[in-house]
Design a binder for this molecule. Sequence first.
Ligand code: FE
Length: 244
Amino acid sequence: MTEVLFDEGPHKFILLGFGESSREEGIPSNQYLVVHGTEAAIFDPGGSGLFPVLSARISEWVDLARVRAIFLSHQDPDVSAGLNVWMEVTGAKVHLSRLWTRFMPHMDLVHSENLVPVPDGGATVEVAPGFSLVTLPAHFLHSPGQINVYDPISKILFTGDIGAAERSNGTIYVDNFAEHLPHIEPFHKRYMAGNRALQKWVREVERHDVAVIAPQHGPLYRGQAREDLLRWLFDLRCGMDFYE
Ligand code: FE
């Protein structure tokens, strides 16, 4: 399932796969494509089993060799297991936290030289001339080296596992946060490292003009649901908060 989330001039932000999984037991995940003119970036492309369907969908928008950047929110298998094939086919630079770049060559990457470490404070990445995306720090949510990716044109923030739902009712946007809460609460309480990390992250998000929060799993947040998610996370006790 593909959905165009933003489309203005040369710029498009596309939900490339919604709740996709190549294996029954795998957690369903979302993949995103940002197109600017003839150039593109993708976020968390997932395992190699998803490559055939996702590459076919990307080809409807841009040449695969024009995918200039791949952003990995963290090191988990559902984020990066298919990285080798994506790197070979696209020739893209791969941006992920500096904490993980030195572990990735263990995946027998043919082009490890294309790994680009993201500094702890985040960075602006020029994907192509006139096309930049901003990585924001989201450390300990849940990985020690976790990044978000902000697109200043569409104002969509890709948050990886933050806001991720284990299940959903199949709609692309959350329309009732209270009804959605049971799908996100157990995961966030167990995986997110602690409330201090969440508060720091919410303040970071509020420094930017964010219209949509787009996680790696489950529906997206906009309007009141976006507001409700930020307030809920700001107050959430999780992870180490229970080790007292
Ligand atoms: Fe994860």
